[in-house]
Write a protein that binds this ligand. Structure first.
Ligand SMILES: Cc1ncc(COP(=O)(O)O)c(C=O)c1O
Length: 283
């Protein structure tokens, strides 16, 4: 999947000690994989003022960089980069010799504008993709990379040594998945319904400061008016209602205690039930 792709891309694109920026909040595995490979992680704190996206001003503030990881739509926020924002970031990176890794794993799951791809704007960016999200093949462990020419052979050599090949059965299934658009788009329509039910339900609970949920299947909510310990809050919700949310500290060690992430990829019945149960705590 994208996880294996991210390891390959990191090994091929960076050396130990290189400085690579990730957003906070952001998908936790980026930090863990980079650190495991001795790459220096440079956190970029992002928030509502930039729709949780990195900007040139925020990047300028952290000093010279070798790499930049962006995700659009992002986990945990669901935020997408607009075409103009993607163009700005790819130019910024290209002009400075910063290698961009663009995680586009949630492409196909958007509720307004389509998320732009880095490859449309950059010769040097690496795109990480997967069958886990739009294609709903999470357990099949299959994804792909779009690589600039200079990284193709290094990644082929690394992949041959680390993984040999992607599972053959998964590859056969993935070819069939390409023709399953009606079924997959029906999933996205269900996510859209679930998203509306969840956002309305959270509003009824007084939880209204949400990251723009442009895509993916997450709502990242500011709960600082309720707690400064979102891990404890999630534990309480789970114990009292059976509703599971993810504490923000999984995505942001600095400010995550004031946020929780809700996932709405389940059935619409389950999401409606979860919202009803949460409401009982706030009535
Ligand atoms: C942003 C992001 N990238 C990568 C992954 C991992 O994807 P895969 O299942 O393809 O390894 C996830 C999984 O949740 C994710 O949210």
């Amino acid at each position: 999947g994208a996880s294996g792709g991210f390891v390959l891309a990191t090994l091929a694109a960076f050396d130990a000690g290189d400085r690579v920026a990730i957003t906070e909040p952001g998908y936790g595995a980026y930090r863990n994989i980079l650190e495991a490979l001795d790459v220096a992680v440079v956190p970029i704190p992002v928030g509502p003022d930039t729709r949780f996206n990195p900007t040139p001003r925020l990047l300028d503030a952290v000093g010279p960089l070798d790499g930049l990881v962006v995700a659009s739509p992002a986990n945990p926020t669901g935020t997408i980069l607009t075409t103009a924002e993607m163009r700005t970031l790819t130019s910024y990176a290209q002009e400075r010799g910063i290698r961009m890794l663009s995680d586009e794993i949630y492409h196909g799951i958007t509720y307004g504008p389509v998320a732009p791809t880095a490859t449309a704007h950059s010769e040097s960016a690496v795109v990480v993709q997967s069958f886990s999200k739009y294609y709903s093949m999470t357990g099949w462990r299959l994804g792909w990379l779009i690589l600039p020419d200079d990284l193709v052979r290094p990644v082929e050599r690394l992949a041959q040594n680390l993984f040999i090949s992607a599972p053959a059965l998964s590859q056969v299934a993935a070819v069939a998945a390409f023709d399953s658009t009606a079924e997959l788009d029906a999933n996205v329509a269900r996510y859209a319904t679930n998203r509306r039910i969840l956002i309305e339900g959270l509003a009824a609970c007084g939880i209204t400061r949400l990251a723009p949920a442009d895509g993916a299947f997450y709502v990242y909510a500011d709960v600082s008016h309720i707690t400064d310990d979102s891990q404890e809050l999630c534990r309480t919700w789970l114990e009292k209602t059976g509703v599971a949310a993810t504490p923000g500290i999984d995505f942001d060690p600095a400010k995550g205690n004031r946020y929780v992430r809700f996932c709405y990829a389940e059935s619409t019945g389950d999401i409606s039930e979860a919202v009803q149960r949460l409401k009982t705590l706030f009535s």
